[in-house]
Design a protein around this ligand. Structure first.
Ligand code: FES
Length: 86
């Protein structure tokens, strides 16, 4: 069902409206991976800060885990953790 919904939204909102290759992460608010990357660049570090940066609020909340995963991959590593790897 979720895949069908995702495909339907992508068909209704082609990538040209959100940027080439953008992937919708939050279907309720039409937040894309590009939107999340921009929010991180503006200092967002938690899902609620991503929603705020995108001018919306969490609706169903089913995207929160995906946003957290993206935040972890996009945010710079902690200096101490980097140092520990050297
Ligand atoms: S999918 Fe993001 S709030 Fe519902």
């Amino acid at each position: 069902m979720q895949l069908l919904r995702t495909r339907l939204i992508c068909a209704i909102n082609p990538p040209s409206t959100a940027g080439v290759g953008a992937l919708y992460i939050c279907l309720c608010n039409a937040i894309t991976d590009t939107d999340i990357a921009q929010a991180v660049e503006q200092g967002a570090a938690r899902p609620c800060e991503v929603y705020t940066a995108c001018g919306c609020r969490a609706q169903c909340g089913s995207c929160a885990r995906k946003i957290v995963t993206m935040l972890r991959s996009l945010m710079p590593a902690e200096p101490d953790l980097v140092a520990a790897c050297d």
